[in-house]
Ligand binder design. Sequence first.
Ligand code: ADP
Length: 258
Amino acid sequence: MSHAVQITDLTKHYVLKGETVKALQGVTFDVPHGDYVAIMGPSGSGKSTLLNLLGCLDRPTSGSFKLGDDDVATMTDDQLSAIRASRIGFVFQSYNLIPQLTVVENIEVPLYYMGRLTANCKQRCRDLAAMVGLGDRLNHRPTELSGGQQQRVAIARSIANDPQFILADEATGNLDSVTTDEIMQMFEKLNQEGRTIIMVTHEDEVSAHAKRVIRLRDGYIQSDERNTDRVIAGLKSDGAPALNDAAVGIGSPENATS
Ligand code: ADP
């Protein structure tokens, strides 16, 4: 089976004032293309450490982390930056939009960094803005948008580069429950279209949308289970989409292999 991510016996130790803190103590799991994984666990269990490793923001102490066929555990800083820019779509709790840029310019940022901002790509970014329901806000700046709208921009930005997977960190942590539902529908739609999603969350209502929940405890995987109580947020009881697909549809991934 082809995998977006393969993690084998990953450890991360921090040395603090002469003491070694074993934040991850041998974590092994695969994420097949098209999976939707929630990572949970109590404070101090290693979620942020794992997120930093998955996001290529840090290197493990030992073990292997494969993104597709490439082992990123041993890459240089420059190689890791290139991987971050080209193969991972980030969605953060605090949106991390650039305040001086408009909606469409924020969505263009990953393409700009990769030197791929062609006329076609600019049009694709406008389309992405429209598909997250912000076609009439293209020239607004983040301060002129609600939190939910800002997170929609961040979601559109996260897929501008057609990444190997989307990495979301408490993506609904700053949002009210209604807006949380809207954002979760968007993630679900992306996943239905073949996108791979890995999401760190401490909220059961959020993890209930994922296909699979990995729970960490003391730097180990405590459980890794398929979600039998999955909430299909965008579907009514008759199975029909509850929202206009145009509002949540993000377009098919170009490279999805699920
Ligand atoms: P979580 O996100 O689940 O709260 P973390 O990954 O932040 O857990 O932390 C796991 C453990 O590693 C904790 O004991 C934490 O104190 C420790 N830790 C995290 N980052 C560092 C660091 N930079 N230096 C030293 N210890 C750290």
